[in-house]
Ligand binder design. Sequence first.
Ligand code: AMP
Ligand code: GLY
Length: 418
Amino acid sequence: MKVLVVGSGGREHALCWKIASSKQVSHVFCAPGNPGTAEVGENVPINAGDTDALLAFALGNNIDLTVVGPEQPLVEGLADRFREKGLAVFGPSKAGAELEGSKAFAKAFMLHHGIPTAASHTFDSRRAALGFLASDDATFPIVVKADGLAAGKGVLICEDRGSAESAIEMVMGKRAFGEAGNRVVLEEFLSGVEASIHIITDGEAYVLLPTAKDHKKIFDGGKGPNTGGMGAVSPAPAVDDSLLFRMESEIIKPFIRGLKQDGIAFRGTVFFGLMLTEKGPFVLEFNVRFGDPESQVIFPRIESDIVPILASTAAGRLSGKLVLKDEVAVAVVGASSGYPGSYKKGLPIDISFDFPASAILFHAGTKRIDGKLMTAGGRVLAVTGLGRDVESARNFAYSAIRHVKFDGMVYRKDISKV
Ligand code: AMP
Ligand code: GLY
């Protein structure tokens, strides 16, 4: 079987790494990939957003299965275009991808299908949004969300009316996130612990993937600005079997019923971003793709071959069982100094010869120039360690990342501790 993975980050390296270990797979291509995906497969110089070129490549190379990493191509309808040509693709239709592509759509879906989520109001004009803030219905802190895709930056937590007004001005006035700010969702602030729950579904059946917890803030102790994710642990320490059972009955099952009732075709993964509150689990957002860095802890914990599950889902009849390793995984992200603000690129990366063989180094923002490995992004790489418990997985990941160096490299010291 020939598999094409679309994307170029740490998530895609983790996907390619897992897919390449399948006995069913003869060749993994990654478009455009990174130096890590080139170690387990073959990179193809086509950008994730170039659907025409990806389609031509898949048809021309008899690709049996395409797995889409990022959300943007799905929201733009890549999966529909591939299916029209009879190609098997793991990733939802454009209609399904709207669950991530429009927060207003996601909120309406949750309300309609009784899925617990924060109370919210959607506005398509700045005047109406500001009017709501001035009314007695507004409570603070409040969360201001650009409706559309904003590369993870479109959510602003505002302590008071003044900062919420500035956030609306930025999103809808200055259009800091472009068209994503045509509408805005104002949402009740929830407090609690976050968890990432992924399922794979063909729109009817589903399998639950290992739970995970991401660490979004740049600094130790959960301080500083939000990032794409500075590290992750799986399983999520706050999620036990009884909570998982509750999530299935209160969130996952109503979600699948909702897809069917609304006639939304879905063949792919759903990543539920949850807040575990005193009142139970609430959905913060849907993602229609695997999390990053969640993938770097989820895939290493899967013992069984993932390809039969991905391929059967793409074919619309999910089958196969997932067997997990009885181990904990911790991934620590090494980032460029300055991230999530501006940072330098093109700094040489040194991976020492004694990097432990059983730790896994996942590339994200790296490039090879004249054979030398260089930094090429904010989140540069992640090191995953497995262990019999959280402490040993964490210790292993941290001892391994010390063998990786580049100028100004920053990483959190408390991944899986908080
Ligand atoms: P999202 O992209 O919707 O997951 O939001 C990004 C981050 O903002 C989440 O991971 C949370 O940390 C935070 N967030 C989003 N919505 C809320 C909310 N209603 N209450 C508190 N925090 C939130
Ligand atoms: N780690 C969060 C995300 O992938 O959206």
